[in-house]
Design a protein around this ligand. Structure first.
Ligand code: SF4
Length: 703
């Protein structure tokens, strides 16, 4: 905490990192952020984690871009170990905005005229504000002429959204995480909130202290185990087996809520007969949980008056991620645990605006508010609004776009704030695809790993430098306010997108994000009764919201679900093995994810002094027994090999890990975890299996 007397002024805003959406205040001196304090937002009540509190100085990093860059002739595209992002003029030259924008747009135009709309694609980012996400998908749809627009939600909760849309007709949470304070039982599964949603974790701790029974189901241990009524570790990839066995117990012991099922659901009889054979005894070998323990878990959840399920990417990032989420939804529906305070389904969303960027339509199969591109009536409404015919074919998803580039179909891309050269699975493949693009435009704060493949780099705005709304995991739409000036010639992202749009023949004319928000409201019912002025006044409004002078709904679907029948659906699932089970050659499970101090590919947090000082280098976390087996002491280098490549990094002992698995964060370019990951996709959510790859561990040659 800094000295508030030293600040010239303060500006209220929102944390730019995770989906919790903590509200904060920037304390500013001489037009620079001095320090940050939490303020009394609905999802944080003054609390901040280490990222929100200390990760504010990345905009001032020496590598920050302040002028447009154009690749120098003859410099090959790709990651050059000698390239220093603080001195990019070895590989790029500075350009005026007009020259850079003309070059960016001309390259896109040339590919469209040679290849047609399918020759181009766009990746946005869940770091974009709602307004930026809206403009970006509008640009791709109305100018590129296709639906090839996606972003990192594909890599985090696409399977959760697919299951939620299918079963309950809405991809957002049914209740905020604050509702955990009112629940009797809370299941946390496939998530590690103390690391990934730290302020949400404080509510779970508070609930447990007040008597809520916390049940943690995960292959790994975690800090919240200390607060848990039960913490059960299951075999990686055994989740569908575990949940089906719990459903079997609920059905066979008659623990379901027949009145709720009759009033609100369909398909329960099919689910009942489907799970009849999936007994705890039958499922126990696959999930590694004893039958009696499975029975106890099912009874605890089903017999609670109010219970909630929270899940994270341990659920979604599997080839059976959608099935995992379907199971959790079935558990809630069977027990009547939705639609009341203290009940609900809550996929903990990862990035600060992954909910809002998806709501705003930055996904390839739906227009804003999840309205299918295949629906002629939906398209007609957007065609009228945008005065342009729209493509009726769903576009390609993140990994599919990389495959299409590799196949030579897609030849040009516009990437806004996304870093696929670090975040995509099987990075050698993804990086080779990026290098093969005829034309790549990257808009970002730094010469990221992805920008090192770009023809043109457009210097963008950091979160404290711009106005915009974001929507957190609780469906709370919140306002971020420009607090400090942009450096050099860097520009607001909405301005840059509009400049590209103008050069591609579109006539937009926005002068401020509030005008974009007003346009969104014309076709996004989710924003009804939420106005920019109201956000300026209240800072946060939850959707759906019944009136301009009423609060939004913290808990939804009390009476009906937004499906054609008004009912939710049970979707039975069959346990499936991981795409790449462990075997004699690759006997260990590789799990990738985030660290507390670093966020996603690290482009911001690794340029934040305190955060990078806390976790400055890549580490592989292993159970103590694994280090003994490998004859390693903590800190010695270990090589991890999968069928796609190998990396060497320091071994860290972690008593929360089980034998037979290793955890590696994916934010370090020095030992990029995604060089190892499996690009196999969930068939419904098209999400890669980041949470399971078969690998081999060895002492590194230098150990
Ligand atoms: Fe920011 Fe998330 Fe930490 Fe809150 S919990 S301060 S939103 S990173």
């Amino acid at each position: 905490r800094g000295d508030s007397r030293a600040a010239d002024r303060t500006v209220d805003s929102v944390c730019p990192y995770c989906g919790v959406g903590c509200q904060l205040t920037y304390h500013i001196k001489d037009e620079k952020i001095l320090f940050v304090e939490g303020r009394d937002g609905p999802s944080n009540q003054g609390r901040l984690c280490v990222k929100g509190r200390f990760g504010f100085d990345y905009p001032y990093h020496p590598a920050r871009l302040s002028r447009p860059l154009i690749r120098r002739p003859g410099v090959p595209k790709g990651l050059d170990p000698d390239f220093d992002p603080r001195h990019p003029l070895t590989h790029f030259r500075e350009a005026s905005w007009d020259e850079a924008l003309d070059l960016a747009a001309d390259g896109l135009k040339a590919i469209k005229s040679a290849q047609g709309p399918d020759g181009l694609a766009g990746f946005g980012s869940a770091k974009c504000s709602n307004e930026e996400a809206w403009l970006f998908q509008k640009l791709v749809r109305t100018s590129f002429g296709s639906n090839h627009v996606d972003h990192c939600t594909r890599l985090c909760h696409a399977s959760s959204v697919a299951a939620l849309m299918e079963c309950i007709g809405s991809g957002a949470v049914t209740a905020s995480f604050m509702q955990a304070l009112q629940a009797d039982v809370v299941i946390l599964t496939g998530c590690n909130p103390a690391i990934n949603h730290p302020v949400a974790a404080t509510y779970f701790k508070q609930a447990a202290r007040n008597g809520t029974k916390l049940i943690i189901l995960d292959p790994r241990g975690q800090a919240l185990d200390a607060y848990a009524h039960r913490s059960v570790r299951f075999t990686p990839g055994g989740d569908v087996s575990l949940y089906n066995a719990m459903l079997n117990v609920i059905v066979s012991e008659g623990l379901f809520d027949q009145a709720y099922i009759d009033a609100h659901t369909e398909g329960f009889e099919a689910l009942k007969s489907h799970v009849r054979e999936l007994t705890p005894e039958a499922m126990s070998p696959a999930c590694g949980v004893a039958p009696e323990q499975i029975r106890e878990l099912a009874r605890l959840y089903a017999s609670a008056d109010k219970a909630m399920i929270f899940w994270g990417m341990g659920i979604s990032q599997h080839v059976h991620g959608t099935d995992n989420a379907r199971c959790l939804i079935s558990l809630a529906l069977a027990c009547g645990h939705t639609g009341r305070p203290g009940t609900g389904l809550h996929p903990l969303r990862g990035q600060n605006n992954v909910q809002g960027a998806s709501d705003a339509g930055m996904i390839p199969m739906v227009l804003p508010d999840y309205q299918p591109v295949t629906d002629a009536q939906v398209r007609a409404a957007f065609e009228e609004l945008w005065n342009t015919p729209l493509d009726a074919t769903p576009g390609l998803t993140v990994v599919e776009i990389m495959d299409a580039i590799a196949a030579g179909t897609i030849k040009g891309m516009y990437i806004l704030g996304e870093n696929p050269a670090m975040s995509d699975p099987d990075l050698d493949h993804a990086r080779a695809a990026l290098a093969s693009l005829e034309h790549l435009v990257v808009q970002d704060l730094f010469v990221t790993e992805t920008a090192q493949f770009a023809d043109v780099i457009l210097p963008a705005s950091a979160w404290p430098e711009k106005d915009g709304s974001v929507t957190n995991t609780n469906r709370q739409v919140q306002l971020g306010r420009a607090a400090v000036p942009l450096p050099g010639e860097a520009k607001p992202d909405w301005w840059i997108i509009q400049q590209i749009a103008t050069r591609l023949g579109l006539d937009w004319g926005y002068t401020h994000p509030r005008e974009v928000f007003a346009e969104m409201k014309q076709v996004m019912a989710s924003l009804d009764h939420i106005t920019w002025e109201r956000l300026e006044r209240e800072s946060s409004v939850t959707y759906p919201c019944p009136a301009e002078d009423a609060p939004g709904a913290d808990v939804v679907f009390s009476d009906t679900f937004p499906t054609s029948s008004g009912r939710a659906t049970f979707t039975p699932t069959r346990p499936l093995p991981p795409d790449e089970p462990v075997d004699g050659d690759f006997p260990t499970v590789l799990i990738t994810g985030r660290q507390l101090e670093h966020w996603h590919t690290g482009s911001m947090t690794r340029r934040s002094r305190v955060l990078d000082d806390l976790e400055p280098e890549p580490v592989a976390s292993l159970a103590p027994a694994e280090l003994v087996r490998l004859r390693l002491t903590p800190g010695e280098p270990i090589t991890i090999t999968t069928r796609r490549g190998d990396i060497t990094l320091k071994a860290r002992v972690d008593p929360l890990m089980a034998e037979g698995m290793v955890f590696v964060p994916f934010c370090y370019v020095e030992a990029a975890a995604n060089l190892l990951t499996n690009p196999a996709l969930d068939p419904d959510g098209k999400i890669p299996e980041f949470k399971y790859a078969a690998c081999r561990l060895q002492r590194a040659a230098s150990a």
